[in-house]
Design a protein around this ligand. Structure first.
Ligand code: ZN
Length: 385
């Protein structure tokens, strides 16, 4: 995607900026970075692990035993990171970047900027995660067998079974569980990709989402009877399937459309020499939440969003100049860029620039939904005729 690097930011006005400002991640801690992908842990997972450790101690398990359980759980989450990295690195081969991986009590979530759309590529990305688990299980099993250790599945429930043997079975379970064909779990993506080869992506997603919802209901029932964690995963699957299906419908409606056909044209702009009061005037008179600031040639020089404007007004007053407070590291969309490409990276209202770097419109998830709904209605009307 050569156009991508051009339209993400305006290099000439961003001397220090390194692309779009990273979104704030409340309640997460960064664990580190592997292959350029940031790994985060959500605070709820730390609480759950800490709680389990304390519970074991208070229930009379020795410190050593509690530490071994904690180490086993930590290894499970390390394995989950490797699983997600499997997805991310295969996706990267197809040009899809991964923003980050976050560990939650229900598992890991890798945020891919987009899923490769060709069925073969999606299949490879989806299978890469479980393949990592199978590979780990295989290597561990080979080592255990070579050293004469026991490999039976009873290791999962026996307290005195070897650590490595438990990990073999945990990896096998993770591979099997993730391959349940409940979209957006890996197995569901495999199912969608397989269906897409025959029915096309839109119908394939609708079918996969329907299967996923039924499986989620089953998983939820199982969760109520057996393990509340399954209930959480069932809810995740149920709503995830709906969201993904809606996303694909929007994509299908807007495929081939450039951003300029979905944007709201003609944003009000101010010049660099303007005052904060001028920007406040626009904020009061329009529904804009971002305010483009332009240079003499009408090219985008910076931006203020509504919160930044309010903060700056409170300190500098209406006569305060715009130039020193405006932000230069702004996420942007190009007018001729396909809507489908920007869909996944829009966090809110975003400025659209033309080839000369002039702000000519605003695009937001809302605007895209609206354009998709209208385009779908037009298709339906055309099909009736
Ligand atoms: Zn996976």
């Amino acid at each position: 995607m050569p156009a991508d690097s051009l339209v993400h930011r305006v290099p000439s006005i961003a001397p220090r900026a390194a692309g779009p400002r990273p979104a704030k991640r409340p309640w997460t801690w960064k664990l580190g970075e592997i292959a350029g992908i940031e790994i985060f842990v959500h605070v709820s997972l730390v609480i759950v692990l800490g709680g389990l450790f304390v519970a074991q101690l208070t229930l009379g398990a020795g410190t050593a035993h509690a530490l071994v359980s904690l180490a086993l759980l930590a290894s499970v989450f390390a394995v989950i990171v490797l699983h997600e990295l499997g997805h991310a690195l295969v996706a990267r081969r197809f040009g899809a970047r991964t923003r980050d991986i976050t560990l939650w009590p229900i598992g890991g979530i890798a945020r891919l900027e987009r899923m490769p759309e060709r069925p073969g590529q999606e299949l490879a990305v989806a299978l890469a995660g479980p393949a990592v688990n199978l590979a780990i299980a295989g290597v561990l099993a080979a080592i255990i067998a070579a050293t004469g250790g026991a490999l039976g599945p009873e290791a999962l429930v026996r307290a005195d079974a070897g650590f490595a043997t438990k990990l073999v079975w945990i990896n096998l379970s993770l591979a099997a569980f993730n391959l349940v064909p409940a979209f957006p779990m890996d197995g569901g993506r495999v199912l969608r990709a397989a269906l897409a080869l025959r029915f096309g992506r839109l119908r394939a997603t609708a079918i996969a989402a329907r299967v996923a919802r039924w499986l989620a209901v089953g998983l939820g029932a199982l969760g109520i009877l057996w393990n509340p964690m399954l209930l959480v995963i069932a809810v995740f699957v149920y709503f995830g399937a709906g969201a993904e299906s809606a996303m694909v419908q929007v994509e299908a409606a807007l495929v081939g459309e450039p951003v300029k056909n979905a944007m709201i044209p003609g944003p009000r702009v101010v010049e660099r020499g303007a005052s904060l009061g001028d920007v406040a005037g626009i904020a009061l008179a329009t529904t804009q939440s971002v305010f483009p600031i332009v240079d003499d040639a009408g090219r985008l020089a910076g931006v203020l969003d509504r919160n930044e404007l309010v903060r700056a007004l409170a300190t500098a007053g209406p006569r305060g100049p715009v130039d020193p407070v405006m932000r230069r590291d702004l996420p942007l969309a190009g007018a001729d860029e396909p809507v489908v490409d920007v869909l996944h990276r829009l966090a809110g209202e975003t400025i659209v620039i033309d080839g000369a770097g002039r702000p000519i419109g605003l695009i937001s998830p809302d605007a895209i939904d609206r354009a998709a709904a209208i385009r779908t209605a037009l298709y339906v009307a055309a099909a009736r005729r």
